[in-house]
Design a protein around this ligand. Sequence first.
Ligand SMILES: Cc1cc2nc3c(=O)[nH]c(=O)nc-3n(C[C@H](O)[C@H](O)[C@H](O)COP(=O)(O)OP(=O)(O)OC[C@H]3O[C@@H](n4cnc5c(N)ncnc54)[C@H](O)[C@@H]3O)c2cc1C
Length: 372
Amino acid sequence: MKVAIMGAGLSGLACGIILEQNGIHPTIVENRRDVDDRFVNGEIFLNALSAPINDSIAYFAENYNIYLQPVGNIKELIIYSENEKASIKGDLGFNVIRGRRNDSLCHQMKKQLKSKIIYNAEHTYEELLKEYTHIVLATGDGAYSERLGNYKRDLTVSLKGAIVEGRFDPYTTIAWLDNTFAPMGYSYLIPMSNTEANIVIAYPDYPQNNQLDINLLFERFFQRVQDNLQQTLKIVDDFQITNYIIGSCDKPRIGNTFFVGNCFGSIMPFLGFGQHTAILSGVYAAYDLCGKGTYEELIKTLDHSYKNSLALRRSMEKLNNQKFDVLVKSLNGSVGKILLDYNKIDYLKIIGNLLKPIISVTGNDQTHNNLP
Ligand SMILES: Cc1cc2nc3c(=O)[nH]c(=O)nc-3n(C[C@H](O)[C@H](O)[C@H](O)COP(=O)(O)OP(=O)(O)OC[C@H]3O[C@@H](n4cnc5c(N)ncnc54)[C@H](O)[C@@H]3O)c2cc1C
């Protein structure tokens, strides 16, 4: 068996680590100069979104000997809407770094791998097919899956983010549900240390959003962050992503090609979370290659979560700012506490049920945003 992994990101590296643990040494091709050789950003593992697994970091260590070190754990999640604020406290998850930093998640995973990674690789999938018996497609987007006619694109998203300097509580992550600067989307602040944080707006590229000026929206958001934090922040780096594809594969495997990570559709449409599922999909593909399971079977639960998450996103997109206020107000009370009990509940169901009466308060609202 000769295995090639295309893409040394979360899913590709996870696949490589598990293959090596089982005596298979893959060839890994990466088209950048190094792993995670891109803009720096903060990302989070949110325990409630990986239920029934309530600690991704411990889960990967104990079950798969994949060791990840977060930059911090999340003890509080603050959610702002236009006029309301909710605070949810508990062991909520972890902050991690991605991009060009030695402590980034992919650099940590690379150190656990012995197989050589071929950087600046220009191999096409078709070339790899000629040389290898099995290919794991882990390029972080749906482009190849789409080209192979194996992908359904559900939406694309525009994102703009910045690294800001200021004073931050490293244990508190903040989210904003406000159409004024993230129409039909969301915005967040992830602390990377006491003095550095990543702020981001993300919204879907629907026709009604096409005329929007992302820089103007980001300026509004930046002002709101500073108002809510009551301090002046300094932008030290920024990034922008257009056309970030969210979709999923029809078939997780075609012949001897495995689709993992975003190539499979591991990114959850609701809030764009995908780290946990990307790593798991890489592990599952490796299990199949090692004769320890069947990829199509193992991946089924992730596919199910994707569909639920998409339904939830569509519900959220219907909310205007008044309805976000109602939602955030209810999150501040007992509903927030129920959400923390992630081991016993299906969070998607709970939030879905919560949204139903809010959506129906004034009927099906098609005027989504409160843009002036
Ligand atoms: C701004 C932003 C914020 C996010 N925040 C969160 C978050 O807070 N929590 C969360 O869970 N998820 C988050 N995500 C999603 C998460 O980053 C992804 O789900 C995850 O990285 C997907 O893993 P992957 O292995 O599919 O792709 P990646 O980790 O992106 O890896 C793909 C790799 O393939 C390489 N590659 C691409 N094309 C080729 C090619 N032709 N040949 C060889 N190599 C190639 C790339 O260079 C890259 O190294 C966020 C995403 C973005 C963009």
